[in-house]
Design a protein around this ligand. Structure first.
Ligand code: NAD
Ligand code: IPM
Ligand code: MN
Length: 357
């Protein structure tokens, strides 16, 4: 059956990097049926909302969705509920893609591109499993209240239910099963929380521990406070295999991990829901307003997000392997955008990867 692939280029460098991913997909999976939709600020400018019902329905009916990035200073004055980023949160929530896989992999050719010394990142291969549809990003009540006398109160609500914790933890354990032998001091799933100060963190640790005993007792499990994990990631990152994190900690830890791989322009992600539902694939980076429109963006994160889509949603591991190997080879041959210390344009980097296919 024909597989359908929805492209949501979005804003800033989003269209620049998704164009290169599309070119790569055209080579390795020419039979895919593509459609494209407006999303984020690009949608707001035309329809007055960052995500229309039509695009949401298109997303629901697709096998996989590749998003570029959304947001930017152009929409800074737009009402908060209509901001590009809110469209992204709505898309994730509506698709119920609760498990966000963010691999931090250091390609051998980039071992000197990281801000850390080569010995700390050479061979690095971490998988971050971030909860994506709950936690403080969505908790109620939230708001900014006027307390009078010029005093105001801003608040959010970090909350999780047991089932929300268990379903994402299950994904982390399943992934760890297929990644044995990686990591050092933390060889299996390392669950992060702030159970020393947060009730939601206490529940997180208890539920992960229970699930582990019930279903994954033979897999290694460690718990670590999220701040200590932030330190561990720059102290001895190769000690870590799979990190399980809530929505907020996972967001922060994945940006941190990106620097270990050489650049945030290298980090792809997959957001997955229940089997049989479409996956949402996006680079971890944002719309990079500072370099948008200049042809400077590194397209690798977008191309590797397409690679993840082939692997995780479309059951095309062979095509995914081709992309993965081509990115590695292009880097080995010296292909570099500016963020990696080179001078190639976005399109030239795409050319180099296509040539290596
Ligand atoms: P950012 O990731 O856009 O940029 C951070 C820095 O990394 C910038 O210096 C940028 O030039 C650089 N960078 C990012 N991607 C790059 C790439 N592919 N190649 C080379 N350099 C790259 O983060 P930010 O500046 O904090 O956010 C900008 C906007 O993007 C905000 O509106 C934010 O909300 C949004 N954002 C969106 C997403 C998303 O759509 N998934 C993710 C993060 C941020
Ligand atoms: C990410 C981004 C988003 C997040 C924003 C743009 C809503 O930072 O995907 O990492 O915080 O989840
Ligand atoms: Mn982020």
């Amino acid at each position: 059956m024909t597989q359908t692939f929805l492209l949501l280029p979005g804003d800033g460098i989003g269209p620049e990097v998704t164009e290169q991913a599309r070119r790569v997909l055209d080579v390795v999976a020419p039979d895919l049926k593509f459609s494209e939709g407006l999303f984020g600020g690009a949608s707001y400018d035309v329809h007055g909302v960052p995500l229309t019902d039509e695009v949401l329905n298109q997303a629901r009916q697709s096998d996989a969705i590749l998003m570029g990035a959304v947001g930017g200073p152009k929409w800074a004055k737009v009402a908060r509920n209509l901001r590009p980023e809110m469209g992204l949160l709505k898309l994730r929530k509506e698709l119920d893609v609760y498990a966000n896989l963010r691999p931090a992999f250091c390609f051998p050719a980039l071992a000197d591109a990281s801000s850390l010394k080569r010995e700390f990142v050479e061979g690095l291969d971490i998988m971050i499993v971030r909860e994506l549809t709950s936690g403080v990003y969505f908790g109620e009540p939230r708001g900014i209240d006027d307390l009078g006398n010029g005093e105001r109160k801003g608040y959010d609500n970090a909350c999780y239910t047991s089932s929300e914790i268990r379903r994402v933890a299950r994904v982390a354990f399943e992934i760890a099963k297929g990644r044995k032998g990686k990591g050092g001091a933390y060889p299996g799933v390392t669950s992060t929380d702030k159970s020393n100060v947060m009730e939601s963190g206490v529940l997180w640790r208890e539920e992960v521990t229970k699930l582990h005993q019930e279903e994954f007792a033979n897999e290694p499990l460690d718990h670590i406070l999220a701040d200590a994990m932030a330190m561990q990631l720059v102290k001895k990152p190769k000690d870590v295999n799979v990190i399980l994190a809530d929505n907020l900690f996972g967001d922060i830890l994945s940006d941190e991990a990106s620097q270990l791989t050489g650049s945030i322009g290298m980090l792809p992600s997959a957001a997955l829901g229940e089997p049989g539902t479409p996956g949402l694939y996006e680079p971890v980076h944002g719309s990079a307003p500072d370099i948008a429109g200049k042809g400077l963006a590194n397209p690798c994160a977008a191309i590797l997000s397409a690679e993840m889509a082939l692997r995780w949603s479309l059951d095309r591991a062979d095509a995914a392997d081709r992309i993965w190997n081509a990115v590695g080879k292009a880097l080995e041959d010296g292909a570099r955008t500016a963020d990696l210390g080179g001078s190639m344009s976005t399109a030239q980097m795409g050319d180099a990867i296509i040539a290596a296919l």
